[in-house]
Design a protein around this ligand. Structure first.
Ligand SMILES: NC(=O)c1ccc[n+]([C@@H]2O[C@H](COP(=O)([O-])OP(=O)(O)OC[C@H]3O[C@@H](n4cnc5c(N)ncnc54)[C@H](OP(=O)(O)O)[C@@H]3O)[C@@H](O)[C@H]2O)c1
Length: 304
């Protein structure tokens, strides 16, 4: 089967959330979509109601960390479809742990999935994107790509790294008219936060130092709970923004796609750095104060 003049998109982490919503939007707009997910998650895709006509899409196993799977998939796309227009680097994981308790393997895994793998995906896709004449690369980043809060250091580091590399790519790929856009969502009503991986060492410790960190962690959980409760942003909205970016003649490097991300980006840009850091600190201290004065008990590891 050759895709002919139809555009072809490859979406990573399409089993749920933003990846799934993006695949749906792309399919609805007539793009041939290669939905990829880890082998163990592919089954979840079988229940997606919009996947009805298998001539419009492929479902393929792809653990983004696996070089062989990346290579084999691109070979198959080249042989069978003959083109690739859009790469949506969406797959991601979130580790939650204070830096002091982060195991080295955890920070490596965080960087592997959120930073190294998307770059390797770009490398393996570039020959086909170039051949298709002006492809587009979407890097799903986060507001954590430009600021950080306690216990989210590993995740923020991975997204900061992704932003730095993508900025270089944006300029490097201009001669081939390949656009690179960082999508920066803030809080979204999705499963992502529920899927957080709690640092193993942090999870086990119950000494005074860990308890202090646990309180910080509870502050962040409270902040996230409130934000997710208040937000009207959904994975589908982010998917809409991704599709708009794909259709732009000259897509921007960065797109903040939720109101909170836009506010934080504005403050980060226009406040002196010291004032921005103090503002974040003030907000966190306020939540901590509220928790401490609400008959709050320092949570046990299982409650963080
Ligand atoms: N939701 C938010 O509030 C938010 C905010 C800012 C940025 N983001 C970013 O948006 C992207 C998507 O997140 P989401 O909200 O849709 O979260 P999600 O519902 O947790 O989805 C994450 C996706 O990544 C996949 N994944 C994880 N590790 C993978 C691997 N090694 N290989 C292939 N796929 C892998 C997951 O697959 P499995 O089903 O196999 O686990 C899942 O499909 C992430 O990059 C995230 O950092 C999310």
């Amino acid at each position: 089967m050759n895709a002919g003049t139809r555009k072809v998109a490859l979406v990573t982490g399409a089993s749920t959330g933003i990846g799934l919503a993006t695949a749906r939007r792309l399919l609805e707009s007539g793009v041939f979509v290669v939905l990829t997910a880890r082998d163990s998650s592919l089954e979840r895709l079988q229940c997606a109601d919009f996947l009805q006509d298998p001539s419009q899409y492929w479902l393929r196993p792809l653990d983004v960390r696996n070089a062989l799977e990346r290579r084999e998939l691109l070979d198959e796309i080249e042989k069978q479809l003959g083109r690739l227009d859009y790469l949506i680097n969406n797959a991601g994981v979130i580790y939650r742990t204070p830096i002091e308790y982060a195991y080295e393997f955890e920070s490596k895994e965080q960087m592997l999935v959120n930073f190294h793998a998307p770059l390797e995906m770009v490398k393996v896709c570039l020959p086909l994107l170039r051949k298709s004449g002006g492809g587009r690369v979407i890097m799903v980043s986060s507001a954590a790509g430009f600021f950080s809060v306690p216990t989210m250091g590993l995740y923020a580091a991975s997204k900061h790294a992704l932003e730095g590399a993508s900025e270089a790519l944006y300029h490097e790929l201009k001669p081939w008219n390949i656009g690179v856009t960082l999508i920066e969502p803030g809080f979204i009503a999705s499963e992502a936060y529920m899927n957080c991986r709690l640092g193993l060492a942090f999870d086990k410790q119950n000494n005074p130092t860990a308890q202090n960190y646990r309180l910080q962690s509870r502050v962040i959980s409270t902040l996230v709970d409130r934000a997710i409760h208040m937000t009207t942003s959904t994975p589908d909205q982010v998917a809409g923004a991704i599709c708009r970016a794909l259709n732009m003649k000259r897509p921007p490097l960065r797109l903040q796609v939720t109101l909170d991300a836009q506010v934080f980006a504005f403050l980060k840009r226009f406040l002196p750095s010291r004032a921005f850091d103090r503002l974040i600190g003030f907000c966190l201290d306020r939540i901590r104060y509220q928790l401490e004065h609400a008959d709050f008990e320092v949570p046990t590891p299982a409650q963080v």
